[in-house]
Design a protein around this ligand. Structure first.
Ligand SMILES: O=P(O)(O)OC[C@H]1O[C@@H](O)[C@@H](O)[C@@H](O)[C@@H]1O
Length: 399
């Protein structure tokens, strides 16, 4: 299973997303590739450029012997040239030729800019400016978007609802700076990670149901009406993965317990057993809301299961999460079954058929991250390593 996924990544996906997915004329990366492998000339979102930089930054450590440094340098050059604003934030959208289309500073995009700079620093030919740029951007967000209770406003001047989602990616970016950064500004990155994890535990997660909500009023209470009840199983998994990482770092059993509950709820109420996929949205009583299933919740299902298998307290619990890793990989594999290997489908519908459309580059980062987690879990020293635990007969994960 792990070897199959890694072979797909190294032999098929990374080559096509570099050889065809990188734009040699205008720089940066194409937003989508048609399923015959032809690039689409769509406008380009900042978040997608940042995500592709991450994907190529970790490609080398996953075993790709292609030009990962060149790809990161290529992505960074376009990202900074086409998106960076004077104050160090990044605009949200440019045309396929790099012309600015929308200068709005969206919190979600800034999170991905911080994340890309953290991982790019491990491979870029000149990593020196990245830590300073990231610290400057973090300070800019704190100066312009800080919310008085905690976390960040969506925009300046403030607009509602406040959202959990960009905070999830800010936590991911802060953890990347803590774990992969060069040590610069470590105290500030640790503090930001702590603040966001604290916000999630105190406000995003409903203490009664254990579900994590999406949309909030100005005091971080879920908004009234249906929007305040929306739950995204993909986000439950993604937060669970992050909260386990943060909980391990800080020795916070409560964060790990909350993560376990999030992922358990997502598995039991957010996965459609007939299609073996995590669906797009449910309500906070488990009722279905959007039975479609995008590709990315499947990658998050794998990441959460890996994290929870790693902190399981009993062998039975670990075996349960191990079986969910396998189920997640099997669910994801259906999306990768396309005429041009290395591409994917994005939207599985309620009737079990996929929407016919180009493959979005935005999904690559999710898949790469899931494969990296799978690799850690099933490689030496991981949960499948018999030498790790005396006397434990561990499940077999196949090849
Ligand atoms: O919708 P795209 O850009 O493909 O992103 C895919 C998804 O990524 C996840 O991490 C979440 O942040 C989702 O809210 C988002 O929709």
């Amino acid at each position: 299973m792990r070897d199959t996924m890694k072979a797909w990544l190294i032999d098929k996906a990374l080559p096509i997303w570099w050889e065809v997915g990188a734009d040699r004329v205008h720089g940066g990366f194409h937003e989508r590739l048609a399923l015959d492998g032809t690039p689409c000339r769509d406008p380009r979102r900042a978040r997608v450029q940042a995500r592709q930089i991450f994907a190529f930054a970790v490609a080398g450590r996953l075993g790709w012997d292609g030009p990962s440094r060149q790809a990161v340098d290529h992505g960074l050059a376009f990202f900074r040239r086409a998106y960076e604003l004077e104050e160090g934030a990044f605009r949200t959208l440019v045309a396929a030729d790099g012309t600015a289309l929308d200068d709005t500073v969206v919190l979600y995009d800034q999170a991905f800019a911080l994340f890309a700079m953290a991982t790019a620093g491990t491979v870029a030919s000149d990593p020196r400016p990245l830590a300073a740029s990231a610290s400057r951007l973090r300070r800019h967000l704190q100066a312009t978007l800080k919310h008085p209770i905690g976390g960040f406003e969506e925009s300046a001047p403030p607009s509602l609802p406040l959202k959990a989602n960009p905070h999830m990616h800010l936590l991911e970016a802060s953890l990347a700076w803590v774990e992969e950064g060069d040590g610069a500004d470590a105290a500030a990155w640790n503090a930001l990670a702590d603040e966001i994890a604290g916000l999630a535990l105190a406000h995003f997660i409903d203490p009664e149901t254990g579900y994590l909500k999406e949309f909030f009023d100005a005091r971080w209470r879920p908004v009234a009406g249906q929007d305040g009840r929306i739950v995204e199983p993909g986000h439950l998994f993604e937060w669970a993965w992050l909260l386990v990482r943060w909980g391990k770092l800080r020795g916070r059993a409560d964060a790990i317990a909350a993560a376990r509950r999030l992922a358990e709820l997502a598995e039991t109420t957010g996965v459609d057993p007939a299609r073996n996929v995590a669906v797009n949205a449910i309500l906070d009583d488990g009722a279905p809301l959007d039975p479609g299933a995008r590709c990315w919740p499947q990658t998050e299902r794998i990441k959460a299961a890996v994290a929870l298998a790693g902190v399981a307290e009993t062998r039975a619990e670990r075996d349960l999460w191990a079986s969910r890793i396998a189920a997640g990989v099997s669910g994801l594999s259906a999306y990768l079954d396309v005429p041009t290997p290395g591409l994917w489908r994005d939207k599985l519908q309620a009737d079990g058929t996929f929407v016919e459309e180009p493959a979005p580059a935005s999904t690559f980062y999710h898949i790469v991250c899931a494969i990296e987690e799978l690799d850690k879990a099933l490689g030496a020293g991981g949960i499948g390593d018999r030498s790790r635990e005396r006397g434990a007969a561990l499940p077999s994960y196949g090849g």
